[in-house]
Design a protein around this ligand. Structure first.
Ligand code: MG
Length: 161
């Protein structure tokens, strides 16, 4: 098996009147993520990291925001389909590490749940979620955006490492 690494990043604007979905968990919040999908920045960063590790392009290739099929699509659905893409290539998602950047609410008590939900949607993988604020700085710090980054390791048939 060849082990490959991928990285992902995402950012969504936070607005009133939208739900805040992060890591396939709805987080009670005054503001939610704006997006064609449900705006789950954490799930999107994780999907991009996995697609990167699988040399399978990016989330925009597979779930374009110009396609009405993906209107309001959940992060869980994107992760399920991403895992299918990896499996169809004979690969296996080994591990995911991620960080979500949000000023408020604090996510400390929801991180484990997000990791579990994403692992479930992926059909099994070691998933970790970390959470940080931006210390009041920039669009994230001012509560105008949520951002996330992730790395993933995928095993694929190939030269043993
Ligand atoms: Mg996104």
């Amino acid at each position: 098996m060849a082990v490959r690494i991928g990285m992902g990043f995402d950012l969504h604007e936070l607005v009133s009147g939208r739900a805040l979905w992060l890591g396939c968990v709805e987080v009670p919040s005054e503001k939610g993520s704006l997006g064609h999908s449900d705006g789950d920045a954490l799930a999107h960063a994780v999907a991009d990291a996995i697609l990167g590790a699988a040399s399978a392009g990016d989330i925009g290739d597979h779930f374009p925001d110009t396609d009405p099929r993906w209107k309001d699509v959940s992060g869980a659905e994107i992760l399920r389909r991403t895992a299918e893409i990896v499996r169809a290539r004979g690969g296996r998602i080994l591990s995911v590490d991620s960080t979500v950047f949000l000023e408020r609410p604090r996510l400390g008590d929801r991180k484990r749940e997000m990791a579990e939900r994403m692992a479930e949607a992926l059909g099994g993988a070691a998933v970790n979620v970390k959470a940080k604020t931006a210390e009041g700085l920039g669009p994230v710090g001012e509560g105008r955006a949520v951002a996330a980054q992730a790395v993933a390791m995928v095993g694929e048939p190939g030269e043993e490492v």
